[in-house]
Structures are given as C-alpha cells and as structure tokens.
Design a protein around this ligand. Sequence first.
Ligand SMILES: Cc1cc2nc3c(=O)[nH]c(=O)nc-3n(C[C@H](O)[C@H](O)[C@H](O)COP(=O)(O)O)c2cc1C
Ligand code: SF4
Ligand code: SF4
Length: 276
Amino acid sequence: MSILQINAGTCSQCGICAAVCPIGLIEFREKGYPEGGASMESRCFRCGHCVAACPSASLIHRDIPAEQCPPIEKELQITAAQGEQFLKSRRSIRVYRDKAVPRDVINHLIEIARYAPTGGNGQEVEWMVFDNQETLRQIEKLGLDWMRWTVEQRRSTVFNMAEMKKAQEKSMKELLRGAPTLVIAHAARNIRIASVDCVIALTYLELAAKSQGLGSCWAGLVDAMTSSFPPMQELLSLPPGQKAHGSVMLGYPNYHYTRIPQRNTPRIIWHGGFRK
Ligand SMILES: Cc1cc2nc3c(=O)[nH]c(=O)nc-3n(C[C@H](O)[C@H](O)[C@H](O)COP(=O)(O)O)c2cc1C
Ligand code: SF4
Ligand code: SF4
C-alpha cells in the first residue's frame, strides 16, 4: 500500500494538505489531486498534519489511521480570555494535601503531555514516576547527603547550598515539598534535542495537571542532584543509555490562589514589521 491515498470522491482539491506538510512532501497542482512525492516513504516523519488539516477526511496516510486522530470538538474550544487566565494563573505549588494521586490520573496527564511538540517529531520522551512515599522520603534523605557533599566538596551550584542544607536538616522537605508524586522525563542520551523536548513535555504535564485540579512544581534541586550525585543516579536506575532531563513534583494543592501575581515587563527586540 502506498503511504498516501486520496479519496477522489470527497477531496475538494483545496491543496491544504500540501500547504501544511512541514517538509513539502505532498505534490499538488491546481485542479489536480495531491500526490505523495518520491521521497515520501523515507522522509515523512509522521507528524500527521496532512491528515489533521484535511477538511473532508479525504487523505489516508498508511501509518496514521484516521481513527487514531479524533476530531477537534468545537464546543470544547476555550475562549481567548479563558486561555489567558488559565496560563497566567498556573503557579508552582509547594504545599500539598496529604492525598495520593491515583495512577490513572497520572497516566492521563502523561497521555496529554505526549502531544507536546518534539524536535523532528521524535516523540522520544520517556517517563519515570515515583509515588511510593518511602522512596520519596529516601530521595529527601539523599538530598541532604547531596547538600552536605556539595558543601564539603565546595562544588559550585546555582543554589545557596549552605542555606539549603540548613533548611533540609530542619524540614526534610526542601526537595519535594511533601508532594506525593515525582515525575521525571528522560530520553536516550544520544538524542541531542531531547532535553528541550523533555522540558516542553513536563511543561505540558504541569498545565495538564492544573486543568485536572492538581498542582505541580518544577523540581530543580532534584534535577541538579540527579545530574551530579551518583547515589541518586543509582536510586533512579534509568535504563542504559538514558538521561534524565527534568522533574516535576505533583499533588493536590492545599491552597488556591485568588490573584495573578505581577511579573516583569518583557524585554523585546523588534526587528522590523511585516511587509507584503
Ligand atoms: C526543540 C524543537 C525544535 C523544533 N524545530 C523545528 C524547526 O526548526 N522547524 C520546524 O518546522 N519545526 C520544528 N519543530 C516542530 C516539530 O517538528 C513538531 O513539534 C513536530 O513535528 C510535531 O508536530 P506538532 O508540534 O504539530 O505536534 C521543533 C520542535 C521542537 C520541540
Ligand atoms: S505526516 Fe507530516 S511529514 Fe508526513 S506527509 Fe503528512 S504532513 Fe508531511
Ligand atoms: S486537504 Fe484533503 S480535500 Fe484538500 S486537497 Fe488535500 S486531500 Fe484533498
């Protein structure tokens, strides 16, 4: 079966599929039907844009079955104002309720996060989830060891490690803030764009969490510990060849915010306007 087939009975010959293909693989001439070019088999990176943009479901892609591409429901579209408030009101949650996040909820968030953009549509982000409270406490203990080790070794970090260490000795909650879940995104070490992909996927996860009534916070200390401290790497035991690129704590927020805090005015350099 060829990779691309067109239903000539329903195709309106609009050419949208050709226009949206990121690599220009679909050939289209006025009053003709779209066709897959010669290099399609090897160069198509299965982004699904051709299937998703066709207004009449006339384009059949061998590897992207239409039944796995659900329609976008108009009644679920949010307004611009709703979108703006949703994005601006996301906060890093650091006080969590003593309530476990069910695994099906975490699965749902990860399912949403797989729609995040990935370089070359690589979709290589993988996940590690900690929801065992004993292991999370073990990570907090390792955190203290790591802080002491960092201070003793005088290793330079972006954190004020001496102060962090004091706080951790007091609360044992500096790393994870008492969150009942820690989610780590990882990918094959040899994929150069993977760290960006993982960060974007975790950002999707954070936004998805908010949309489901959960709270989250980027776990930068865990990231720093994971990249530098062998005992933490041992605890993670990532599959061979994998590298962790970011982690987020997750749980039900104890408090709800009623205002959007102020942020800096963006600094923007404009390089000329649009001319046609
Ligand atoms: C780190 C990164 C780099 C990307 N670079 C490019 C790029 O240079 N040109 C481009 O057309 N798309 C680029 N993309 C977009 C991806 O190709 C796109 O996310 C992927 O094909 C999936 O499509 P979607 O974002 O529509 O879901 C990039 C995406 C990421 C995350
Ligand atoms: S799946 Fe993406 S890359 Fe492949 S033909 Fe369709 S639009 Fe082009
Ligand atoms: S987008 Fe659909 S209707 Fe338009 S030319 Fe392509 S296959 Fe035909």
